[in-house]
Design a protein around this ligand. Structure first.
Ligand SMILES: Nc1nc2c(c(=O)[nH]1)N[C@H]1C(S)=C(S)[C@@H](COP(=O)(O)O)O[C@H]1N2
Ligand SMILES: [Mo]
Length: 317
C-alpha cells in the first residue's frame, strides 16, 4: 500500500546527521543543510509523470518531540478534509490534483502600517521554510503526526507592522468555484475564513506551512500555503490562503457561521470540553489501532497555556 519505507529513509538521514555531529556541525545544522535542498525559492521541479508525491518523502526524524510516530505520507496525502473539493476525505487528493497554485499571491493588510502583497516565491525567499514536526488533532477525533515545512507567521506579521488597534488576524482561502467544485454547493459560506487572536498568531508554534515530508505541499493538503496551529483543532489550519488581515473585532470563522454552538472561535484541543455531539477525551491516530488519550492543548500546554490564563475554557471553547 505504501510506496516508501519511511524508516529506511530516516535511518539513512540519521546516519548522515550523526556523521555531521561527529565532525562538529551538530544535528540541527545537518537537518538545515538537508532542508535547504528543497528551498530554492520554492521552485522544486515537478515530479516526472507517474511518480507519486510519497516516492521521495523525507523527514529528519520518525517521531515528534513527544515520541509519537509520524503518520505515513500516504495517509497524510490521501485522508484529507478540504470541503472546497469534497466532503469525502478519500476523494480530495484526486479532485484537487489539477488545482492551479502558481502564480500565487498572499495579500496582507488591514490594520497595518505597511500593507504588502507577497508572491509565493517572495515568501519562500524571505522566510526560508524549516521542518516542524507537529501533531494535528482533528475536531472529528482523529489525528496525525506530520513533518511540515514552514515559517513562523510572526515573521510575516512583523513585516507589515500591525497597528496598536489590531487585535485579531483574519485569514481567507482562495475563492475559485471553477476550480473548486465544493464552492458551487452551499456547504459553508465561501470563501473559507479563519481567525486567531493576535498573540496566538504571534506565538512561535504558529506557522504558515508551504510543504510536508520535505516537499512543497500537494494541493489536497492546502497548497501552496496554509496555516498550522498545533494546539488547536485542525479546522483552524486554513488551506490555500490568499488574504491575511489584521482586524479589531473577533473574526467569524466559516465553522462558527455554520454552527456556532459546535465550533467556537478558540477551538483549543481540550479533552475536558466535549463537542455537543461527541467526546473529545480520546482520539484515533491514523494508522494505529488503539485509541489514545487526547492531551490538553494537544500536548503543547507548557508552551501555550499562559495565553488563556484566567479564561473559562468551557465558555471560550
Ligand atoms: N480552506 C479549507 N481549509 C481547511 C479545511 C477546508 O475544508 N477548507 N478543512 C479543515 C479541516 S476540518 C481539517 S481536519 C484540516 C485537514 O488538513 P489535511 O487534509 O492537510 O490533514 O484542514 C482544515 N483546513
Ligand atoms: Mo478537521
Amino acid at each position: 500500500m505504501e510506496k516508501i519505507n519511511l524508516s529506511e529513509v530516516t535511518s539513512e538521514h540519521l546516519y548522515v546527521s550523526r556523521r555531521k555531529l561527529l565532525v562538529g556541525l551538530g544535528a540541527l545544522a545537518a537537518s538545515t543543510v538537508i532542508l535547504s535542498a528543497c528551498r530554492r525559492g520554492g521552485i522544486t521541479p515537478p515530479p516526472p509523470p507517474g511518480t507519486d508525491f510519497c516516492d521521495s518523502a523525507y523527514a529528519s526524524k520518525d517521531t515528534d518531540e513527544l515520541g509519537a510516530k509520524l503518520t505515513s505520507c500516504q495517509d497524510v496525502t490521501h485522508y484529507n478534509n478540504y470541503y472546497e473539493f469534497s466532503t469525502e476525505k478519500e476523494d480530495v487528493a484526486t479532485l484537487a490534483q489539477n488545482f492551479k497554485t502558481s502564480p500565487w499571491e498572499v495579500k496582507v493588510g488591514g490594520l497595518v502600517n505597511k500593507p504588502l502583497t507577497f508572491s509565493l516565491d517572495d515568501l519562500l525567499r524571505k522566510f526560508p521554510p524549516e521542518e516542524r514536526i507537529y501533531r494535528l488533532r482533528c475536531v472529528e477525533a482523529w489525528s496525525m503526526v506530520i513533518p511540515w515545512l514552514g515559517f513562523p507567521l510572526a515573521a510575516l506579521l512583523k513585516e507589515v507592522e500591525p497597528t496598536s488597534k489590531a487585535k485579531y488576524v483574519r485569514f481567507e482561502t482562495i475563492y475559485d468555484p471553477n476550480q473548486m467544485p465544493g464552492q458551487k454547493r452551499g456547504i459553508l459560506d465561501w470563501p473559507y475564513v479563519e481567525g486567531l487572536r493576535l498573540d496566538e498568531a504571534m506565538h512561535n508554534l504558529t506557522i504558515l506551512a508551504t510543504g510536508l515530508f520535505g516537499k512543497p505541499l500537494p494541493p489536497q493538503d492546502g497548497a501552496p500555503i496554509r496555516l498550522v496551529v498545533p494546539w488547536k483543532y485542525d479546522f483552524k489550519s486554513i488551506k490555500s490562503i490568499v488574504k491575511i488581515d489584521l482586524v479589531e473585532e473577533m473574526p467569524v470563522s466559516a465553522w462558527m457561521a455554520a454552527s456556532p454552538n459546535e465550533y467556537g472561535f478558540y477551538s483549543n484541543v481540550n479533552p475536558d470540553v466535549p463537542h455537543p455531539r461527541w467526546s473529545q477525551s480520546s482520539e484515533r491516530r491514523i494508522g494505529q489501532f488503539e485509541r489514545i488519550k487526547t492531551l490538553l492543548f494537544n500536548g503543547y500546554a507548557d508552551e501555550v497555556a499562559y495565553l488563556y490564563a484566567g479564561m473559562d475554557l468551557k465558555k471560550f471553547f
